[in-house]
Design a protein around this ligand. Structure first.
Ligand code: FAD
Length: 418
């Protein structure tokens, strides 16, 4: 029996009804990668993205060795790396006058021993262009998904408003919610979410590059009460100023002058350009969250990427974990989708492939937040010293290889099955 759609008044006229094998909600890294991989295996997909293009607010540009290797498997890595991009070859820390290397990607056995900094809009455009070469790949931009279509407690499709404001319906044996950290699909599906609130928020903004700047600045700089993350992009520096959770209002009260002075102190090379920060509107606040749904699926519906697990920014793994989810989902579901029958056990297999790596990384992120970041963020006045776990890590070469490997690949390497 068809149930009234969740989240949508049922008296509105549907102007079009479409059918596909897999309807993916959300054109972020998870959704686009899954759509591309399924279409590559000749599974018809329709991806619905609410925005008209991929040119979104900053959400990280980090393309890790894991993702570069996956693109390489598809024969696309060299092409994307021809575009101008920054590189992070090590995770290093500036503490007063000292530069400390925490992780060195040159120790990781891979063709790509670095994190490539590729603007996310360009990365998504690239994947979408590659996906479009497959006849079974269909994307509808400006499509805002409003409700789920359900029959006998099984999800059979979605309803969305297109760019013309008209209501449309898509029917599919599988709907995938890849609609990010504020996932509507997750909410409509009634999924249970376990949330933790890491002790920090991040202020994101950019400062210009100047001729003669080093290609790469230390990724982290520590000062009393703050941590500064510096992503050395080709055109500019993307900065993340980490503050104790919930203190943005007081930071604002202290004024931009204080923020500018802090940046100049933590990373002196940037002191000559902090004056370009003139308005709080140049600064985006990321309320840091870490969460995971208990069960990633219901009959006819699967969540992947941030919709299934929002990652803390520690290690910058969100994009790469979203891509890995998509790869495992394509590996495990292309066969059943092609056969026209996706059972809950197929969806459970995706969860069991990805849940463990997510849990382990979230455990480490929590440990780093509690043991290291909390110490830095609560240090008042005095320059913080190197926390004990980092002192041990930097002294023992074998241990030093571990963070590089984990950041590069996550807990285990994921490969595309042909
Ligand atoms: C400020 C910031 C900085 C970050 N920095 C980094 C970083 O340096 N490195 C890193 O790895 N990660 C970073 N992340 C996290 C990273 O952006 C995410 O982990 C990653 O984008 C998740 O990919 P996704 O495909 O699951 O979801 P998203 O990228 O969030 O994509 C979801 C898509 O779904 C669409 N959508 C939402 N609702 C609907 C709907 N109802 N109908 C249709 N479409 C819908 C959205 O428009 C969006 O395009 C950052 C995040 C933020 C917010």
């Amino acid at each position: 029996m068809t149930q009234p759609p969740r989240g949508q008044p049922d008296d509105e006229k549907i102007v079009e009804l479409r059918e596909t094998s897999c309807c993916i909600v959300g054109g972020g890294p998870a959704g686009l990668m899954l759509a591309t991989l399924l279409a590559r295996k000749k599974v018809p997909v329709l991806l619905l993205e609410q925005h008209q293009n991929f040119n979104r607010d900053f959400r990280g540009d980090t393309v890790h060795p894991s993702t570069l290797e996956l693109l390489d498997q598809l024969g696309w890595a060299d092409e994307i790396l021809k575009k101008p991009h920054g590189k992070v070859s090590s995770l290093s820390l500036r503490l007063g006058d000292r530069h400390i290397k925490i992780a060195d990607f040159s120790t990781v056995p891979t063709r790509f021993p670095y994190i490539a900094l590729i603007p996310q809009a360009e990365f998504l455009d690239f994947i979408c262009r590659k996906g479009s070469q497959f006849p079974d790949f269909h994307v509808e931009m400006g499509a805002n998904v409003l409700s789920l279509v359900e029959e006998n407690a099984t999800v059979r499709g979605v309803r969305f408003k297109g760019h013309d404001g008209a209501l449309r319906e898509v029917r599919a044996p599988l709907v995938v919610g890849a609609d990010g950290r504020f996932s509507r699909v997750r909410q409509l599906g009634g999924f249970e979410v376990n949330k933790t609130s890491p002790p920090m928020d991040v202020l994101w903004f950019r400062l210009p590059r100047k001729p003669g700047d080093p290609q790469e600045l230390p990724l982290f700089a520590v000062g009393p009460g703050h941590l500064l993350v510096v992503l050395s992009r080709t055109a500019d520096f993307q900065l993340g100023y980490v503050i104790p959770k919930g203190t943005f209002a007081s930071q604002k009260f202290e004024g931009l002058e204080k923020l500018r002075a802090d940046i100049g102190r933590m990373q002196p090379i940037l002191a000559d350009r902090v004056s370009t920060l003139t308005d709080w509107k140049q600064i985006a606040v990321l309320s840091v969250e870490s969460s995971r749904v208990t069960t990633w699926f219901r009959p006819g519906l699967l969540l992947i990427g941030d919709a299934a697990h929002v990652m803390s920014p520690v290690g910058g793994v969100g994009i790469n974990y979203a891509v890995q989810d998509a790869v495992e989902a394509a590996n495990l579901l292309a066969g059943p989708l092609a056969a026209g029958k996706v059972e809950p056990q197929h969806l459970a297999a995706v969860q069991s492939a990805r849940e463990f790596p997510v849990k382990v990384i979230q455990f480490f992120q929590k440990m780093i937040q509690n043991r290291i970041l909390t110490g830095v963020l609560t240090s008042k006045g005095a320059q913080p010293t190197l926390p004990l776990p980092l002192r041990i890590l930097t002294k023992i070469p074998f241990l030093r290889r571990l963070p590089a490997r984990v950041v590069a690949f996550g807990i285990r390497r994921v490969k595309i099955r042909n």
